[in-house]
Each structure stands twice: as C-alpha cells, then as structure tokens.
Design a binder for this molecule. Structure first.
Ligand SMILES: NC(=O)c1ccc[n+]([C@@H]2O[C@H](COP(=O)([O-])OP(=O)(O)OC[C@H]3O[C@@H](n4cnc5c(N)ncnc54)[C@H](O)[C@@H]3O)[C@@H](O)[C@H]2O)c1
Length: 285
C-alpha cells in the first residue's frame, strides 16, 4: 500500500509504546486511525497527542480487550461504522511474563496467550471480511525477535510470538494474489513500558529484581525508540513486506540464528544477565 493518505488503520494496544507511535506516525501520513486499548486513560492521551499534531485526520477511540473475541468483533464493526471503511489492522497489543515454563501458572500462561496470540488471531479474522472489500488492505501482526529465537524465563512469550509468526506467514500464503497484504513484524529491543508492565516472578535469574530488570531492559537492551520502530513498520507496510525486522539488534540476531541455529540458541539461553550488560545499565553485578 504505497499511499496511506485517507486510508483507515485500526491499531490495538495504542495507549502506549509502539501502538501510540504508530498512531502518531500514521496520522502524519494523512491516514485516519481507530485506536484501541484496555487502558482508557492512556488511549485518551494518545488521542489528544494525535489531535494536537494532526488536526485534519479522523480519530476514534475504542476500549477493547483483545483477548475477548466478542469485543474484537465489535471493534471491527464499530471502526467501519465510525469511519465508513477499514484498510489496515495492526494487531499490536502485547504483554510480558517473566517466569520459567516450569513455574508459570496456567492462569498467567493463558493470560499472555489470550492477548499475544488469540488477540492477533481474532484481530486478523474479524477484520478480514471488511479488508477484503477494499482495493488495497493490510494485516500487520506484531511478533518479536522472540518469534525467531527463544530465551529462558520468557517461555510463554516465545511460545506466543513463534505462533504469531506461524499464523501470519500461513495467512500471507493463503491471501497471496488478493488485495490483502500481510506483514509479520519482529522488533528487537524497543524503548517502551513493556518490561515495567510485565508480570514478573522469581524466574531462574534470582540475582535480579523487577525494577532492575526493567532498568536493564530500558538502559542496556532496548536500543530503538518507539517512534523509529513505527517509522520502520510503516515503511514496511508501504513496500508490502512480508517480514519486517525492527532495529539493528533484530537484524543481527536474525542472521546469528540463521548462521548458527544451534549455537546461537545456546548463547541466547544463558539464564542470568551477563555482568557487562548489568554494568551498562548501571546495576550492581
Ligand atoms: N518493546 C519491545 O522491546 C518489543 C520487542 C518485540 C516485540 N514487542 C511487541 O510490540 C507490541 C507492543 O508492545 P510495546 O513494547 O509498545 O509495549 P507497551 O507495554 O508500551 O504497550 C502495549 C500496550 O498493549 C496494551 N494491552 C495490554 N493488554 C491488553 C489487552 N488485553 N487488550 C488490549 N490492549 C492491551 C497495554 O495497555 C499497552 O498500551 C507487543 O506485541 C510486544 O510484544 C515489543
């Protein structure tokens, strides 16, 4: 979809981070947005930011829990009622759970899968009938570099993100030759609130507390801003790219995994944060 002007994009998880940045950058292109989240206050804040920056685009806000199929179906209907059409769905909402697979409770595992996997499935399937009515449309599903390789204490997240990749790549094959293009997005570390918002348990790295883990993520791991991530994703949509890697770290890790499929899993599999990384974040090792 080369030109986003006067198109309508629905974005889930738009109260913060990448979703918010997507709303701001898409409206810079003249695209109208229908933003959703469970966090109503954050959603209104995003809407205010969009209105202050881009006066002439349409914006609607929708309180939607993406883990609830009926709410996502209603969202698709409401977006079309509000804007007359929808051309892009970005299934972006996501959460993190820090715990080993052995110790993750089923409740937490299901909570994460509900948002990170089922939210993507519902968003893709419920918007598809509307997207097929357009001459040009796009489904964008946010996976992660954890849809390419795994790491410990992050098993439910890796499970969901690998599944998002499988779902999205299959959907792309099935929709090939239609007007509905499909992208699977694999961000590396992006500076957002995702680590601070995580459900964090003891995990296997007992040397680190939740606050320290969030600081480690923000200061030493997340090298790309949400704004830059949004710009890369939008450039990928414009080029109809099936696979969108976000950030230099994502490119490096993708290559490492291709070159050393077993060896890289071992490196990524270390259970405690290395001293140099803690030092970079200003933490005591
Ligand atoms: N930040 C990173 O380093 C990174 C890396 C790879 C992938 N991602 C993915 O990018 C996406 C966006 O994450 P972010 O980094 O902007 O995080 P974020 O925490 O800033 O934003 C996530 C948003 O999702 C919303 N959300 C949570 N549960 C929801 C639910 N049930 N229904 C609707 N909305 C819900 C939150 O309220 C929040 O506004 C996620 O899918 C995440 O897994 C992020």
């Amino acid at each position: 979809m080369k030109n986003l002007k006067n198109k309508v994009a629905a974005i889930t998880g738009a109260a913060s981070g990448i979703g918010r940045a997507l709303a701001l950058n898409l409206t810079d292109e003249g695209c109208h947005v229908a933003i959703s989240d469970i966090n109503e206050a954050g959603l209104q804040e995003t809407a205010e930011m969009v209105r202050a920056r881009n006066k002439y685009v349409g914006i609607s806000t929708h309180k939607v829990n993406t883990a609830d199929r009926n709410q996502v179906k209603q969202y698709a209907d409401d977006v079309v009622k509000a804007h007359g059409a929808v051309h892009i769905i970005i299934n972006n909402a996501g959460v993190v759970l820090v715990e080993t697979l052995e110790d993750s409770s089923y409740e937490d595992f299901e909570w994460l899968m509900g948002i990170n996997l089922w939210g993507v499935v519902y968003g893709s399937k419920e918007f598809l009938p509307y997207l097929k009515k357009q001459d040009a449309a796009h489904i964008v599903n946010i996976s992660s570099v954890n849809g390419i390789f795994t790491n410990p204490n992050n098993g439910p997240y890796c499970t969901a993100k690998f599944a998002v990749r499988g779902f999205t790549e299959t959907l792309a094959q099935e929709l090939a030759g239609t007007h509905v293009k499909v992208s699977c997005v694999h961000p590396g570390g992006i500076k957002t609130s995702i680590a601070a918002n995580a459900r964090f348990y003891k995990a296997s790295d007992t040397s680190i507390k939740k606050e320290d883990a969030a600081a480690l993520f923000t200061l030493a791991i997340a090298g790309t801003t949400a704004d830059k991530a949004a710009k890369i994703i939008i450039a990928g949509i414009k080029k109809d790219k099936l696979r969108i890697l976000v950030g230099p770290d994502a490119h490096v890790m993708d290559w490492m995994k291709r070159l050393f499929p077993v060896g890289f899993q071992k490196i990524a599999g270390r259970k405690t944060a290395p001293k140099w990384l803690k030092k970079r974040a200003g933490l005591k090792s």
